[in-house]
Ligand binder design. Structure first.
Ligand SMILES: Cc1ncc(COP(=O)(O)O)c(C=O)c1O
Length: 394
């Protein structure tokens, strides 16, 4: 029997079905899903509009080499025009976030002719070799060098260091508006504006990676709107296909016009099913006023977490994030918290070393939030007690 390589530590849960914000295990037990496949099921499990669009597309044509036009592709591009920043006129669709980051870096390298990149401490951009070269975590990098480009990791949110380092040898600066995997660290408006200015001065490209923060997750369509800056290249993935694998790299006109046949490619990138899923997801996003709803629900969720922090200051150091991209930073490793949450019907995930992250779908109700936060309170009481017991025993 073939075994799966264990790149992820197993959660000990076998899932059998899902609907909207809930998943069920094989014993029929229901869970509130605040993991959503790393945030990608943001529009809910088996969203009927997206499932129907995929089914209809399968019945028409589900494979077409990228050189052929399809109605599905035309519709996807038309829909993307409604949500992408206006200056980003060229787009290429791929399958996963790492692939789209890879393309962003390749374009930057090729067009600028420069080989150096700036990334940031705690940044995460994916596992392919280019994306890994700008990913900070030594655990993911170990044993894989040499990396393709010369990357310098600067401290996140430190304007002075940035201004010193971005010169005319730098091809591009890649940044997450809120570092997701790195622990829900929010970039300040000043910092993001400083990257924009430094790139403009040095003739470098500003690449904003919104694989995790994009498509309404933070209560903004794109999180970079918080800082009112415009990227030269935008990378998106996860939620944009409603859970179906789609990602994209969108580039400003001047860059797009310089790219030509053979510069990149992908067999499955932008296939008809992916295009149908993307089109339907954009339709849901706009028709259901997802961004506005997330801003509102996110505020309620965050306020409840703030109260948790007030009551459990011995365990919770800080509430982090925006919209429905939220977490609590704990004062010790939160493995037991995540396990207990799951045992009690709430599936969350970790961010960085110390953050318990909640990435629910947009339709999470106030009742669901009460349930999630109530469960968290019970879990924290239990964990706090255990800590006190272990402390007095040692
Ligand atoms: C900001 C960011 N960029 C890129 C990626 C990589 O995406 P994927 O796992 O789809 O390759 C991730 C995944 O977590 C991410 O959070």
């Amino acid at each position: 029997m073939v075994k799966l390589i264990q790149f992820y530590s197993p959660r000990g849960l076998k899932l059998s079905r899902a609907e909207n914000q809930y998943v069920w295990d094989t014993n029929g037990r229901k869970y509130l899903d605040c993991h959503t496949q790393y945030g990608s099921i943001f529009l809910g499990h088996r969203n009927p509009k997206i499932t129907n669009a995929i089914k209809e597309q399968i019945d028409k044509i589900y494979g077409a080499y990228p050189a052929f036009d399809t109605e599905a592709k035309e519709k996807a591009l038309e829909s993307l025009s409604k949500i992408l920043p206006r200056k980003l006129e060229y787009v290429y669709m791929l399958n996963g976030g790492g692939e789209a980051v890879e393309l962003a870096l390749k374009i930057t390298r090729k067009i600028t002719g420069r080989k150096k990149f700036i990334s940031f401490i705690n940044a995460f951009h994916g596992r392919t070799m280019g994306a890994l070269s700008v990913t900070w975590n030594p655990k993911y990098r170990e044993g894989y060098d040499p990396f393709p480009w010369d990357v310098k990791f600067l401290p996140y949110n430190k304007v002075e260091e940035l201004e010193k380092e971005v010169d005319d040898g730098i091809a591009g600066v890649i940044v997450e508006v809120i570092q997701g995997e790195g622990g829900l660290n929010e970039g300040s408006v000043e910092f993001l504006k400083a990257i924009r200015e430094a790139c403009d001065k040095a003739g470098a490209q500003m690449i904003i990676d919104e694989v995790q923060t994009g498509f309404g997750r933070t209560g903004y369509l794109w999180a970079h709107q918080i800082a009112n800056v415009e990227p030269d290249i935008l990378v998106a993935g996860k939620a944009i296909g409603g859970g179906f694998p789609v990602s994209l790299t969108a580039v400003k006109t001047e860059l797009g016009e310089k790219l030509k046949e053979g510069d990149h490619g992908s067999t499955f990138g932008g296939n008809p099913i992916a295009c149908a899923a993307l089109t339907a997801s954009i339709q849901v996003l706009l028709e259901e006023k997802v961004v506005e709803r997330v801003a509102q629900t996110g505020r309620i969720f965050r306020e409840s977490l703030e109260k948790v922090k007030e009551d459990f200051g011995e365990v919770v150091r800080e509430v982090k994030g925006r919209g429905l991209f939220l977490g609590i930073e704990t004062r010790f490793e939160p493995t037991s918290i995540l396990k207990l949450l799951q045992d009690n019907g709430v599936i969350a995930l970790r961010a960085g070393r110390l953050v318990v992250r909640f990435l629910p779908p947009y339709m999470i109700s106030t009742k669901d939030i009460e349930y999630a936060v109530g469960t968290l309170r019970n879990v924290l009481s239990q964990v706090k007690e255990e800590k006190i017991v272990t402390k007095t025993q040692t």
